[in-house]
Design a protein around this ligand. Structure first.
Ligand code: SF4
Length: 289
């Protein structure tokens, strides 16, 4: 249940510009609820939508996806988290954030919540290469991500890393180095995305100028299979492909058909007779640029 509590992002300017080059005006929470509505109303709306697709689903994870889910004082954040947890059927909480936005007080709060519910902290990494992180204007380096993972793990909190395949300037060895780096950190979960271009982003300007190339579906499926082979078998794959609402997506159009992407990945796994964890024994470090 992707909710929008109206958070903002410390990496964007007060007027909403700046930030990561691919980030939409809604802080990459374009499928989340309406931030103008109270969380319980958002929850009911999304639940009604989901029940049309999956009528038998009774349990939910409340997901703070939009912007930076830990950006705020603890006394402001806690009521949002607790309101989400109090909704009927919610059995867990997932908070997406930046690795440089985790104060000690916030980690203490998350640790307390982790003792009460199933908690995931989703940390944006995107690439383990500092040159790429600069190119996409992430505003932090790989070491910052590693430090955040260690602090969350010390608090006993599960981490789900977000990575993007097809970032500008990256080739296959660089993307697989990112997968090895994530695998070597003992992270519990991962979300894998194809780079895609949405309106009103710096990436859109680059794409319109012809400065970037995007992956074809077959390339993405192949790279995803390669990443899966590297990840330890116990890493929970939360997402194999992401998408964006059609009215803001510029390219590639293939990401809107998730089932075809998933089928392409499935077909390749079968054709190669391979599986997640097949070559996970070699841990990796920070990628080289
Ligand atoms: S950290 Fe998240 S919300 Fe902030 S600019 Fe980057 S993608 Fe957008």
């Amino acid at each position: 249940m992707s909710l929008d509590a109206g958070f903002t992002c410390p990496h964007r300017l007060p007027d909403g510009t700046g930030g990561c080059i691919y980030c939409s005006p809604r802080g990459s929470g374009d499928c989340a609820g309406d931030s103008l509505l109270p969380l319980p109303e958002q929850f009911q709306q999304i639940k009604a939508r989901m029940q049309k697709k999956w009528p038998n689903v009774q349990k939910y994870i409340a997901y703070f996806q939009a912007y930076t889910g830990t950006f705020g004082a603890v006394d402001k954040l806690e009521p949002f988290y607790r309101t989400a947890l109090a909704q009927p059927g919610v059995v867990g909480l997932s908070v997406a954030t930046r690795p440089d936005c985790l104060s000690d007080e916030v980690v203490d709060l998350l640790k307390a919540l982790d003792n009460e519910t199933m908690l995931w902290v989703e940390l944006g990494l995107q690439s383990a290469h500092d040159c790429t992180l600069q190119r996409i204007n992430r505003g932090h380096d790989y070491q910052c991500f590693v430090d955040a993972v260690h602090r969350l793990h010390s608090a006993g909190i599960k981490v789900c890393a977000h990575i993007i395949l097809g970032l500008p300037g990256e080739d296959r060895p660089m993307m697989l180095a990112t997968a090895r780096a994530v695998a070597g950190l003992g992270i519990q979960g991962i979300k894998i995305h194809a780079l895609h271009v949405v309106k009103h982003t710096q990436l859109a300007t680059m794409w319109q100028r012809g400065d970037i190339e995007l992956l074809a579906r077959e390339e993405y499926a192949q790279l995803t299979v390669d990443v899966l082979e590297i990840l330890p078998p116990e890493t929970v794959v939360h997402r194999l492909t992401g998408d964006a609402p059609r009215d803001i997506l510029l390219a590639p159009s293939w990401i809107t058909n998730k089932w075809q992407v998933l089928q392409a990945i499935d077909d390749l796994l079968e054709a190669k007779n391979t599986w997640q964890g097949r070559s996970s024994a070699v841990p990796g470090n920070q990628g080289e640029c």
